[in-house]
Design a protein around this ligand. Structure first.
Ligand SMILES: [Zn+2]
Ligand SMILES: [Zn+2]
Length: 271
């Protein structure tokens, strides 16, 4: 089964439902359009099969799958165009490029905008919704038409799922999970996240096709006024409720919400 074919079939069925003109069948069009959106997102994910973390295989909501893809490649949901040229000097981009075509991608914005909205069409109006008046079938139809048009454009792209690029990878220092990140051309500094333990890294270009991965840490002082120990905690753990035991005084520190006060005399600029 190819997801792209699934998307095509669902799109065809949605079109037929809309063409019937029967307002009670709009919900079936909505259902098919949701399927098409799911299939297109999984199709996109399949293009990253070597980079996908195992968690992506357990995720089904298209929006979440797309968010995972964007974590690996910030361009995963961006339209692109592909062009080829022959380099006259090795390493120097060719002066003449021939366009192969452009790709339109079902992006996160469209998914967020439409996927859940279509879900509403599948249910009986809630008590609150029913007080707002009868279902506006014309509006629902228009929305389905709009989404169908967008899906059509995606399916008509002459090139698709081109994920050309350089992917850097490392083993997480904390949990050992492999972390992959696409390095866009010319990027010097990027942020990457481990799907295993949520630790974040700053990835920098180290030249000659190599990358340097630095775990994001923060220095925090022990809150015991008689202790001067400074500990390093993971950046993503710098949040309310995180605790650690001080290595020097043995006391426990906990990050909690607080109010810092500065008396008026101290905050005034000195004459
Ligand atoms: Zn990790
Ligand atoms: Zn201490």
């Amino acid at each position: 089964m190819t997801y792209r074919n699934e998307a095509r079939a669902a799109q065809r069925r949605a079109r037929a439902e809309l063409a019937s003109g029967d307002e009670s069948r709009i919900k079936y069009a909505a259902l098919e359009l949701r399927e098409a959106m799911e299939a297109l997102t999984y199709d996109r994910a399949a293009a990253y099969k070597n980079e996908l973390p195992p968690i992506a295989y357990e995720t089904w909501q298209p929006r979440k799958v797309m968010e995972l893809l964007l974590e690996i490649d910030p361009n995963a949901d961006k339209d692109s165009s592909l062009a080829l040229g022959i380099e006259e000097t090795p390493g120097v981009p060719a002066s003449v490029m021939h366009s192969i075509g452009s790709e339109k991608v079902l992006n996160l914005k469209q998914l967020k905008k439409h996927y859940d909205a279509l879900g509403n069409f599948l249910h009986v109006p809630t008590l609150k919704q029913s007080t707002a008046g009868p279902i506006d079938h014309a509006k629902r139809r228009e929305r389905c038409e709009q989404i169908s048009k967008f899906i059509d454009d995606v399916l008509k792209s002459p090139v698709w799922n081109s994920t050309l690029g350089i992917f850097a990878e490392t083993e997480c220092e904390i949990c050992g999970e492999t972390i992959r990140k696409r390095i866009p051309h010319g990027a010097e500094k990027l942020s990457a996240k481990c799907f295993g333990c949520k630790a974040t890294y700053t990835v920098t270009d180290a030249g000659a096709g190599r990358t340097h991965w630095q775990l994001d840490m923060v220095d925090v002082s022990c809150a015991n006024p008689n202790c001067h120990n400074v500990t390093h905690i993971l950046h993503h753990e710098l949040k309310e409720g995180s605790t650690w035991t001080c290595r020097d005084c043995g006391g426990r520190n906990r990050i909690s919400l607080g109010v810092a006060f500065t008396p008026v005399a101290e905050s005034e600029p000195s004459p």
